[in-house]
Design a protein around this ligand. Structure first.
Ligand SMILES: C[S@@+](CC[C@H](N)C(=O)[O-])C[C@H]1O[C@@H](n2cnc3c(N)ncnc32)[C@H](O)[C@@H]1O
Length: 262
């Protein structure tokens, strides 16, 4: 009987590139979406050409590069060395200058340098409560006086109805399982993703490290305001979408965008 080899691989070894580069860049209209998000961020953070912005959990640098193309001094920060390499290649290809840093967002160590910081595509809530707070503390320290942090989050009252999806990529098929909200813990649990590499006859599964990367602690607007104020932010505003014009935040909003001023 014909049998495919099954292997388990970690986030940085395999999944980062597959999900954040190959899968993301295959989504129809994603460049247009990114541009709308970047325009929203620049206006909401009151940024002008030459201002410094930090893109926390920048992935493969799609937004960092767009910020730089808009005349900002952009820096991107991510855990994955593979994604940082892709981000550097993208900046080179687009002929813009971006500083990319590899590191853990619980240990951001910039001192009062940036006028704006962003955490996009719901890249907040990956850890336990105390560690999530460390992320906000690091972002606060990285901002200059009056600087602003923007978090682009799913609306906890409108969590999308995730579907089981198959996506055809160049050499195989990606199976995404629906996420599931564990209500008592407030954690949106990621399900292991599977990649079937037809050309190499391999089924690639997530190892423990990659699976753990999938869980997200969901916060309500009130909780996030409390967290931000506890690390020192003086003003916190909520909006209902990540595109202009800014929309008020409501239970029915598409997103929950949080803007905190130092
Ligand atoms: C949902 S992706 C978002 C990427 C990008 N901001 C975007 O909008 O496409 C989450 C990112 O967080 C990064 N990440 C996960 N854990 C991290 C950590 N502890 N420190 C820094 N980055 C982390 C992942 O490598 C991944 O690139």
């Amino acid at each position: 009987m014909y049998k495919m080899e099954r292997i388990e691989l970690g986030w940085d070894d395999f999944w980062a590139e597959l999900l954040r580069v190959r899968h993301r860049r295959s989504i129809p209209g994603i460049q247009h979406y990114d541009k709308l998000v970047v325009d929203f961020c620049i206006e909401s953070l009151c940024l002008s050409k030459g201002d410094e912005i930090l893109d926390i959990a920048c992935g493969a640098g799609d937004h960092s590069v767009l910020f730089s193309e808009e005349g900002l001094k952009a820096s991107g920060f991510d855990l994955s060395s593979k994604l940082i390499k892709y981000a550097e290649e993208l900046a080179e290809e687009k002929k813009v200058s971006v500083n990319f840093y590899r590191g853990d967002m619980r240990e951001i160590n910039f001192d009062q340098r940036f006028k704006g910081a962003v955490i996009l595509s719901h890249s907040f809530g990956f850890f336990n409560h105390a560690e999530n707070l460390l992320v906000l503390q690091g972002a606060y320290n990285a901002l200059i006086e009056d600087g602003k942090l923007l978090l682009d989050l799913m609306n906890p009252y409108q969590i999308p109805r995730f579907q089981r999806t198959w996506t055809a990529l160049k050499d195989g098929y990606l199976l995404n399982e629906p996420l599931h909200l564990d209500a008592p813990s407030g954690v949106l649990r990621g399900r292991p993703v599977t990649y079937i590499n037809v050309e190499e006859s391999k089924i690639i599964l997530m190892n423990q490290d990659a699976v753990e990367n999938n869980d997200i602690r969901m916060y309500t607007g009130l909780e996030i305001c409390d967290l931000l104020e506890s690390v020192g932010f003086s003003k916190v505003e909520l909006y209902g979408d990540n595109k202009l014009p800014r929309q008020p935040y409501a239970a029915t909003s598409n997103r929950m965008v949080v803007i905190a001023t130092k």
